[in-house]
Design a binder for this molecule. Structure first.
Ligand code: CUA
Length: 193
């Protein structure tokens, strides 16, 4: 038994060394995580500051429905004579106008949108078509849809009690189908004419 006392004492010393090493390891891991988070903040801040998502373009909310680009008859998808596809939409509590948007696959599509009452936003399925819609400002971006079919377009900025029920649809048509309908020169809607 006389040998067991020094033996257990050295055991205690060894376990203390193990716990100190473990604490030191965790301290390094936590510091690494904090350093990574700070680095992400710095990189994203500088990145976004040097590359704003779009230029600032304002629009008068008070006259949105009565004049200019965002009157109801001008909303939806159009194709210009030069072949540029443009989608105009507005968001309001709690719907998008239009509720359903037709776009071609494999062609650049430019979105222009704004909101009438609160901050809204949308994302189209799992595509990179994703923006905020802020009253008084025009959000614009150009993207290309690669897969045909219908995509859901939910509002992704909390805008009030009806937020969760606010969503639209995007029908991505094969380019030839879209072009055959767009050539009629009409505004395209999801309802087949
Ligand atoms: Cu509109 Cu949330």
């Amino acid at each position: 038994m006389s040998a067991s006392t020094p033996h257990s004492a050295s055991d205690g010393h060894a376990s203390e060394a193990v716990s100190v090493a473990a604490e030191r390891r965790w301290a390094f891991i936590v510091m690494a995580i904090i350093a990574l988070l700070v680095l992400m903040m710095v990189v994203t801040a500088l990145h976004w500051a040097s590359m704003p998502p779009s230029r600032v373009e304002t629009v008068d909310v008070k006259t949105l429905h009565t004049q200019g680009e965002f009157v109801e008859s001008n909303l939806g998808t159009t194709m210009a004579p030069d072949g540029k596809v443009m989608v105009r939409l507005i968001a309001q509590q709690y719907s998008f106008v239009p509720q359903c948007i037709v776009v071609p696959a494999g062609m650049p599509v430019t979105f222009r949108g704004t909101a009438t009452d609160a901050i809204h936003g949308f994302v189209v399925g799992k595509t990179n078509a994703n923006t905020m819609l802020v009253p008084g400002f025009v959000a614009t971006f150009t993207t290309t849809f690669h897969r045909t079919g219908e995509q859901l377009m939910p509002c992704h900025e909390y805008c009030g009690t009806g937020h969760e029920a606010m969503w639209g649809r995007v029908q991505v048509l094969p380019a030839e189908d879209f072009l055959s309908r767009a050539r009629n020169g009409e505004r395209l809607s999801c309802v087949q004419g």
